[in-house]
Design a protein. Structure first.
Length: 173
């Protein structure tokens, strides 16, 4: 089996962690934020919750995944086991910064089917480009469609606390 795709990203957002967390917890709105998310179902935002998604990249293929939320620490961390067309793990860590929030996202995935395993070897640059496309579009769409909306009633916003500034970065192993 080919080596896993390992990605790590850090994004700085100009909203406090509470605002980010309250927004990302609104799983019922994901498809309106991200049109490339062709299918999405979630039975909660808590440990043990199951999510199912169909992701349409610019390639002519819908990637189908299931997530089992293993760790949910309100306002700080979300970690999941991933299965489906790919398998592995994903995690999101959130910390306050002087400008709002720092979001660290990391995931490690392997293709499961023989066809996806061959594509991961033969078309690795194309798959990486497709992944980058989804990430770039997803972040822009999240900022424009989710974070630009006023907070919902009941959402709590606190001033950001100081934190060490992280640098954007990515690695693939």
């Amino acid at each position: 089996m080919p080596s896993p795709f390992h990605f790590a990203r850090t994004w700085e957002l100009d909203v406090p962690p509470d605002r980010f967390w309250n927004t990302i917890a609104r799983t019922d709105e994901y498809r309106s934020w991200w049109p490339w998310l062709r299918e999405f179902e979630a039975d909660g935002f808590r440990p043990g919750a199951h999510w199912s998604a169909g992701i349409q990249s610019p390639l002519p293929y819908v990637l189908r995944v299931q997530l089992l939320l293993e760790e949910v620490v309100e306002g700080k961390r979300l970690a999941a086991a991933v299965s489906g067309d790919i398998e592995g793990w994903a995690a999101l860590d959130l910390v306050p910064s002087s400008s709002g929030s720092v979001v660290d996202i990391e995931w490690d995935m392997r293709p499961r089917s023989r066809a996806m395993q061959m594509a991961a070897v033969l078309a690795r640059p194309l798959l990486r480009w497709s992944h980058e496309w989804v990430l770039a579009r997803g972040l822009d769409q999240f900022r424009q469609r989710a974070l630009s909306q006023p907070p919902r009633s009941g959402d709590v916003e606190r001033p950001p606390e100081g934190s060490e500034r992280h640098q954007n970065g990515m690695r693939e192993e």
